[in-house]
Write a protein that binds this ligand. Structure first.
Ligand SMILES: Nc1ncnc2c1ncn2[C@@H]1O[C@H](COP(=O)(O)OP(=O)(O)OP(=O)(O)O)[C@@H](O)[C@H]1O
Ligand SMILES: [Mg+2]
Length: 477
């Protein structure tokens, strides 16, 4: 079986032109069919879709513009090139707006036609490539790409598959590194929009002043530096999915504008007046507690409701220890292959470290730890010393320190040197003070690193330092 070559449908009521174009294009290796008017063209196209349609505008029975509409209804991707006399240029401009690929003026230059057809065919091929690439992506990034052995995560995967089919707006909430972006991609690639674009905006990474133009685009001259018209992310994501990452970071002003798009499904470019219709599905994600932000008045409640039509929550790694082993194995395989080394698995002591650590940075931290271990490893198994120190220390603190202390010290009326039999809050505070002091000392007083090691934000650490009177000594930042 031979692969079908490119096809062109030539439509003109003038027989001489049909013959000329057929001869020229056949020489180019294109299979040509002809029609004498719009009605015939639409019928012929229905029987056999052509890649490119080269069509006169003025013809008896159905004119070229109506025929083009009929053809585009059958196949939105057909490239229609219209041929027109000079007097009809305005009609041709309208035709472009209606979806024509291009137009040529009669009498035309054969070379121009050849070029246009070649370009139209190239673009067709590229579009087909994009569609098949996206199909491939959808196989790779579907819900099955979210590896897990945890029953709640498996439930989440099923929910994703279900909600993906709808057009509902989705809000994904979860700690940093728990796979929110993976979930967003699974929603898109599991949806009927999978062959459309998946466009991501990281709301935290774009300066406040530029975010509106990033979302909605801008017209030429809308502000200093707007040298040309620019399509925004909403336009880029048309007929696909727009992933608004870190949605908790957008200003209240922009929240209003976003709310409007969600309500009315249209927007304007910055500096523009014409409303643009939007057929975009929104998936938003945040690691912040949006409900609390609503209560605090920093996030609009109406926007929250609009975003939270479907709510998906990712689960911290420490709440699904069964996934540590699974994901560690998965990352080991991936990074070993990437680095072209053979590593058979984890030494039992290393595995204990992985299982004993709290993973404040969740799956991302685990992936980084394994990548580092693969690079450091000198034997055929990952050893504890190949792992980041924070992981080994964190694990031993949990295993040998606090937990062992509960058993050994409980009888003596103290746990790890903290006297028991007092209000819980007091005991916890004393223990926390000790842990923080030790962690600070270990990190040479560096608060940023201490916060990371303890799995809390720097701000939270600062509060605790103040609360526990540890703030007096200024440490290196
Ligand atoms: N269940 C999983 N299976 C396989 N890979 C995972 C899984 N969960 C997360 N990952 C991987 O871990 C890394 C972090 O995930 P992702 O970027 O989706 O997290 P996130 O919640 O968006 O994090 P952040 O809040 O920091 O942006 C990615 O490389 C992702 O592919
Ligand atoms: Mg993310």
């Amino acid at each position: 079986m031979s692969v079908p070559g490119p096809t062109v449908l030539v439509v003109d009521d003038d027989e001489a032109i049909r013959r000329l174009l057929t001869a020229v294009l056949t020489k180019e290796g294109v299979a040509v069919t002809v029609a004498e008017n719009g009605v015939e063209a639409a019928e012929s196209f229905r029987r056999r879709h052509a890649d490119v349609v080269l069509m006169d505008i003025r013809m008896p029975r159905m004119n070229g513009l109506d025929a083009m509409k009929a053809i585009l209804e059958i196949d939105r991707g057909a490239a229609v090139i219209l041929m027109t006399a000079f007097a009809e240029v305005e009609t041709a401009v309208q035709a472009i707006k209606d979806g024509a690929f291009d137009y040529v003026l009669k009498p035309f230059d054969i070379e121009e036609i050849r070029l246009l057809v070649r370009r139209a065919l190239e673009i067709r091929t590229m579009r087909a490539d994009i569609v098949s690439l996206r199909r491939e992506l959808s196989e790779r990034y579907g819900a099955e790409g979210i590896l897990t052995d945890n029953s709640r995560m498996l439930e989440l995967r099923q929910t994703i598959a279900k909600v993906a089919r709808s057009n509902a707006t989705v809000l994904i909430q979860g700690e940093s590194g728990t796979g929110k972006e993976l979930v967003a991609a699974a929603v898109h690639y599991g949806s009927p929009r999978a062959t459309g674009p998946f466009v991501k905006v990281n709301c935290a990474a774009i300066p406040e002043g530029l975010l509106e133009s990033e979302f909605f685009g801008h017209e030429k001259g809308a502000f200093t530096g707007a040298v040309g018209r620019r399509r925004g992310r909403f336009e880029q994501a048309e007929n696909g999915t727009l992933f608004l990452d870190e949605i908790g970071e957008i200003s209240t002003g922009l929240q209003v504008k976003l709310l409007r798009v969600l309500q009315e499904r249209e927007f304007e470019r910055v500096g523009g007046t014409a409303p643009i219709k939007s057929h975009v599905r929104i998936v938003a994600a945040t690691n912040r507690d949006l409900e609390a932000m609503v209560r605090a008045g920093t996030f609009r409640q109406d926007l929250f409701f609009r975003l939270n039509v479907v709510s998906l929550k990712t689960i911290p790694l420490r709440e699904r220890p069964e996934d540590i082993r699974l994901l560690a194995g998965h990352f080991l395989e991936r990074f070993a292959a990437q680095n072209d080394v053979v590593i058979r698995g984890f030494d039992p002591a290393a595995l204990d470290c992985l299982l004993g650590y709290a993973w404040p940075g969740n799956v991302r931290e685990l992936a980084n730890a394994i990548e580092r271990a693969v690079v450091m490893s000198t034997t055929s198994a990952i050893l504890p010393e190949d792992l980041p120190e924070s992981v080994v220390r964190g694990a031993s603190m949990l295993a040998g320190g606090a937990l062992a202390g509960v058993e050994a010290g409980a009888a003596a009326g103290e746990i790890d040197g903290v006297a028991i039999g007092r209000p819980l809050r007091e005991m916890v505070a004393e223990f926390e003070t000790k842990v923080i002091r030790a962690a600070l000392a270990h990190h040479g007083g560096n608060r940023a690193r201490t916060a990371v090691a303890l799995g809390i934000s720097r701000r939270a650490l600062l509060y605790k330092l103040q609360d526990y009177g540890l703030g007096a000594k200024e440490g290196a930042e």
